[in-house]
Design a binder for this molecule. Sequence first.
Ligand code: UGA
Length: 435
Amino acid sequence: MSSRRVVVIGTGYVGLTTGACLASLGHRVVCADADAHKVERLRRAEVDILEPGLPEAVRDGLGSGRLEFVRDPRAAVESAEVVFLCLPTPMGVGGAADLAAVEAVADEIRDRLPRGAVVVNKSTVPVGTAERVAALLGRLDVTVVSNPEFLREGHAVHDFLHPDRIVVGAADPDAARRVADLYTGIDAPRVLTDTAGAELIKYAANFFLAMKLSFANNLATLCERLGANIDDVVAGIGQDPRIGGAFLAPGPGWGGSCLPKDTHALLRVCEESGVEFPLLRATIETNVEHQRRLVERIAARCAGPDGTLRGVRLGLLGLAFKAGTSDLRDSPALVIARQLRERGAELYAYDPALSELRPDLSDLLTVVGTPLAAVEGARACVVLTEWPEFRDLDWAALAGRLDAPLVYDFRNVLDPERLDRAALSWEGVGRSPAM
Ligand code: UGA
């Protein structure tokens, strides 16, 4: 494989993983980030996101001399063959993706790109963005390619090096080949398409995953009503390869930095294109409704004499949007916490990946250092992130601290037998003690 000169702009979990992994494949990579403090830290291989294998990959890249960090991308792109844009595309007005960061960088690098360079959109962007970036660059000799990522937070390095597929969308087959060739050595099917196809693949994949989760959460509610166990039902349907058993674990609703943002952005794309996609709207609304229903379940058993949660203390276990990360962006735990707080509950929370909370959330809840402190004097314990260590907690000790012996396991992560032994009353999602 020939080694290429690559620049990656943006060192979030996608950009940093892309840069470090491309360096590990033998390319010479410069990662640029506007945050000077972050660049300083990365030069010392200090990675501040929780991503297994990433600090090691960064250290190895720095050690081999194939990975560098800079603040200003302009000088770096002057000698780049391929430039990856890995920039945030947050939810903007009306749910549409906000492309301000992508546009600002396009502006910055326009006159610095060498002849024949390839610019790659890795950020999740609405269909048509590759063409828009090409128009912003205004350079006929530069091709814009769409190469979406399918990295899960907490597994980003693994997913980069062992992907299910590599999608490359480009109008120019030569540019597509140059991008696909960067991944030489990685054994995965290549899907080559045009830019619109590649951009839509990314949205369609995240929409489909969200749809499975909304399906699973509704199915769990049906199981509760009918006295069936969701684990058995999912095991039964998941054996059919056309359905597949993955991504069907019910929980406190789906969240994170991608699924909510991307489903809303796709909805906006549909509206703008005049296409009705009722399944997409239902997927989003089902999630909202599911979370409201879970809050209702807590209120039904925990309300005080005035029928509200005013002054009722609740202990929350888990705040991150999923286990293995400290990321709170669009975390279902925070959505549920906000609704409980609106009803007047006093919230104390423990999460193994968080020792303190962002200041803007201090009105919402108090973060404590141990599970015991979270449940001290609480009317119930509510599990909101599926950290495996919650299963092995000393549940008898927790029962001793709780004001009432009640556990809501909204991740189905706990062992019912241990809860029963600790004389705790518990409810899961789609399964309950009677099952
Ligand atoms: C998601 C996709 O899984 C990745 O393929 C995609 O590349 C990424 O978004 C992205 O667009 O960048 P991620 O946001 O890291 O990855 O999180 P997931 O692991 O997909 O979890 C999303 C949410 O669904 C979490 O709240 C999680 O707890 C929930 N979930 C997941 C369930 O409730 N049940 C499941 O069975 C699986």
